[in-house]
Design a protein around this ligand. Sequence first.
Ligand code: B12
Length: 258
Amino acid sequence: MKLPFDDILPCGICEFDKIGNLFDCRAKERVPQGAKSVIVYLFPYRLDDEYYKKTNISKYAVPDDYHIVAGEYLKKITSALREEYPSYSFEYFCDNSPINEVKAAVLSGLGVRGKNGLLINPVYGSFCFIGEIVTDRVFEYSKESTGSCRNCDACVRLCPSGALSGQGVKKESCLSDINQRKGELTPENVELIKNSGCVWGCDVCQDVCPMNRNIAVTPIKEFIETAVSYFETGDNIDNRAYAWRGRKVIERNCSYFK
Ligand code: B12
């Protein structure tokens, strides 16, 4: 069957049972009983270099919130699937998902897992969000990606907070976790934020990755049309990836640069 957006979104399918343990979260309840397949989509978000000339937020937060944008695409694809296969269940997820999305993407043949724990696609690099549709219908599974990243260890060596060991990311040490945290930060954490020049998220492990050189820019027009590369205290945060935290956290981070 031809699905909407087949021509722009990289997609692969894996067996649900290969995903392993599901994350405990509210969305877990929506996983169809007797789930068989996970249809995984990538939403590439790298924009033209122009957009990153003057920036103080990480690349994932430059376009409108991906939960909203990817959610709209997934909703349309899910509707088409429900119409085509009315006796099966289809539920979509993105980020707030019980599925380990990087693992699902690797199993679906969409790329390899880097030492920074992120999925690296051959065309779009790691600058891709991941979303998926879980169903109790069996589809033909894609060939799992094999191999690894280039093992150069640049991400491990250059991570500003030493959060990477080569086995994945140590959440509490990751700058992206630190600068999204509420409340008072330790002086060490404040120093890390000041040195990063970034008030939201962190891209160092991706920016230094050689597999992210010469990658394609996003084909998703909503990401391009909504790009805002710089955040200043008082700016509108509607639909932004940092909105869910409220403005206090990002504005606190801005205050460290005054
Ligand atoms: C919690 C979370 C975070 C936390 C903690 C990250 C973590 N890995 O623990 C914080 C806030 C730090 C974070 C930061 C970021 N995140 Co985040 N995050 C998530 C989330 C919601 C859950 C991840 C999780 O808890 N994993 C659990 C841990 C234990 O998994 P793991 O580290 O992969 O460990 C497993 C593997 O090592 C596996 N394993 C072992 N060996 C092997 C071998 C292979 C081949 C495979 C496949 C697996 C595997 O076993 C372990 C146990 O399951 C996912 C969405 C989702 N539902 O998956 C997004 C997600 C991973 N994040 C995403 C993004 C974009 C980011 C940032 C880049 C944002 C930014 N610019 O600041 C950073 C990157 C930091 C980094 N290097 O990971 C994207 C990644 C897209 C991609 N291309 O991979 C995701 C998929 C969200 C999305 N829907 O797009 N994130």
